[in-house]
Design a protein around this ligand. Structure first.
Ligand SMILES: [Fe+2]
Ligand SMILES: [Fe+2]
Length: 392
C-alpha cells in the first residue's frame, strides 16, 4: 500500500527565487528534519544521508525531471523506497505556491505504525514550513541551477514504481535493506516516533524497577506468544479462538514494533554481523506479518485457519530460535547491564504505545487495522516484482 503525502505552502518570494533555492540540494539539511547531508554527485544524482532513530541511513536519488520555475521530480534508486516532486506556481507578482508531493511505501511494522500515526505527514508539513521561513528570511536564493532534466517523457509525480524501475543491480539491497527511512523530506520521521515513545515511558512498572533486562522482557514475550498459539490450537470454540487469535496478533505486533525500534538498531551497532542479522530478522517479521494478516481474515473453525496457525507457529519458532539462540546472547555480551535494562524500559514503553487491539469496538481498532489490516501487502507485491532477481 502506497502512501501519498501532499503539502502546500505559499512563499513570499517570486517563483524563480523559490525554484532556485530548491535546486540548492546540498542545503536540504537546513530545513529537512532528520536529513544530515545531501551531496550532489552529478546533475541528476543526489546522495542522501539521514539519521533515523539514531541509525544512519544512506541512499541515492535520481532527478527524473527538472523544469526551471516549474518542478523537480525524483525517485530513490537505492536505500529508502520513495519518490516525490515539488511544484512551483505563481500566486501573485512576488508570491509562489509550493507543493511538495511524496510517495513512499511504509516498510515493516515500524514505518506502518509511524504512517498510521500521521507522523510522516506532520514531518513533511514542518519541512515545507521551514523552507518558507528560510527563503523568506533570506529574501534571495543562495544559488541556482537552471538546467533542464527531461530525458524521459514528462513524469508527472513519479511514484514508487519509478523508484523500483530506476534501480540498478543494487536495487534489491536498496529495497530490502532499510528499516525505517520513509519519505525524502520526511526522513527524520522515525526519530520523531522514537522520541514520542521515549516520552511515553511510565515509571510505575518499568523494567528497571524489576531489574529485568531487555532479553528477559523479549524472551517472556516469546514464551507468552508460544503458549497462546498452543492454547488456540487446543480450543474448540470459535469465539474463544477469535479472541485468543486477536490477542496473539496484537501482542506479536507490539513486540515486533518494539524490537524494530530499539533492539534491532542496537544489534546493528554492536553485533559483529549486525546488519545481516537485523535484515534476516526483519524478513522474518514480514513473514509473520503476512501470516497474521491471513489469520485475521479466516473463520476460526475452517481448516485453513489451523493450517495458517501451524505455519505461524513454525515461523515464530524459527525466529525465536535465531533471536534467543544467537542474536540476543550476542547483544547481552556486547552491552553493559545498565544499557540492557535501559533498553528494556524503552521496549516496555514502545509496547504501550504501539497499536494493539484488533478487536472491533476497542479504542485502537481503527489504528490497528490500518497497520495490520487484511489484504496483500507491499512486501508481497515487491517480491513478485523482483522475482527472478531474488533468491528467496
Ligand atoms: Fe522477538
Ligand atoms: Fe523479532
Amino acid at each position: 500500500m502506497t502512501t501519498m503525502v501532499e503539502k502546500s505552502v505559499e512563499v513570499e518570494v517570486p517563483v524563480s527565487t523559490a525554484y532556485n533555492q530548491w535546486t540548492q540540494f546540498e542545503e536540504f539539511p537546513t530545513f529537512m528534519g532528520g536529513v544530515k547531508e545531501v551531496v550532489q554527485v552529478d546533475d541528476t544524482t543526489l546522495h542522501w544521508v539521514a539519521e533515523i532513530a539514531g541509525v544512519r541511513r544512506e541512499w541515492d536519488a535520481e532527478i527524473l525531471e527538472q523544469v526551471p520555475d516549474q518542478k523537480v521530480a525524483w525517485a530513490a534508486i537505492g536505500g529508502a523506497t520513495n519518490a516525490g516532486a515539488v511544484h512551483f506556481a505563481p500566486a501573485g507578482p512576488d508570491r509562489t505556491l509550493l507543493t511538495l508531493q511524496l510517495e513512499y511505501e511504509p516498510e515493516g511494522l515500524v514505518e506502518s505504525a509511524g504512517d498510521a500515526l500521521g507522523i510522516i505527514e506532520r514531518q513533511a508539513e514542518a519541512d515545507v514550513q521551514r523552507f518558507k521561513d528560510l527563503i523568506e528570511s533570506r529574501g534571495t536564493e543562495s544559488g541556482a541551477w537552471r538546467g533542464d532534466v527531461r530525458d524521459q517523457a514528462p513524469v508527472g509525480t513519479p511514484g514508487v514504481e519509478d523508484a523500483f524501475l530506476s534501480e540498478g543491480d543494487s536495487g534489491k539491497a536498496g529495497v530490502s535493506g532499510k528499516a525505517v527511512a520513509a519519505g525524502v523530506a520526511a526522513a527524520g520521521v522515525a526519530g520523531v516516533a522514537a522520541a514520542a515513545l521515549a516520552k511515553g515511558s511510565g515509571d510505575e512498572d518499568s523494567a528497571s524497577a524489576s531489574g529485568l533486562d531487555v532479553v528477559d522482557v523479549l524472551t517472556t514475550d516469546h514464551d507468552e506468544a508460544t503458549a497462546l498459539l498452543a492454547e488456540i490450537s487446543a480450543t474448540p470454540d470459535a469465539g474463544t479462538r477469535r479472541d485468543l487469535a486477536d490477542t496473539l496478533i496484537a501482542e506479536l505486533v507490539r513486540h515486533s514494533v518494539a524490537e524494530e525500534m530499539y533492539v534491532y538498531p542496537a544489534m546493528r551497532k554492536h553485533l559483529p554481523d549486525g546488519d545481516q542479522a537485523v535484515e534476516h530478522d526483519i524478513e522474518e517479521h514480514k513473514e509473520l506479518e503476512t501470516l497474521m494478516k491471513q489469520l485475521e481474515g479466516l473463520e476460526p473453525l475452517e481448516p485453513r485457519f489451523d493450517e495458517v496457525l501451524g505455519e505461524l507457529a513454525s515461523t515464530l519458532q524459527d525466529h525465536v530460535a535465531d533471536e534467543e539462540g544467537s542474536h540476543f546472547p550476542q547483544l547481552r555480551a556486547a552491552l553493559p547491564r545498565e544499557d540492557l535494562v535501559g533498553l528494556a524500559d524503552k521496549v516496555e514503553a514502545a509496547k504501550k504505545l504501539a497499536p494493539t487491539r484488533p478487536h472491533p469496538g476497542a479504542p485502537n481498532a481503527k489504528l490497528f487495522h490500518k497497520v495490520v489490516g487484511p489484504g496483500v501487502g507491499f512486501v508481497d507485491r515487491l517480491r513478485d516484482k523482483l522475482s527472478g532477481r531474488t533468491t528467496g
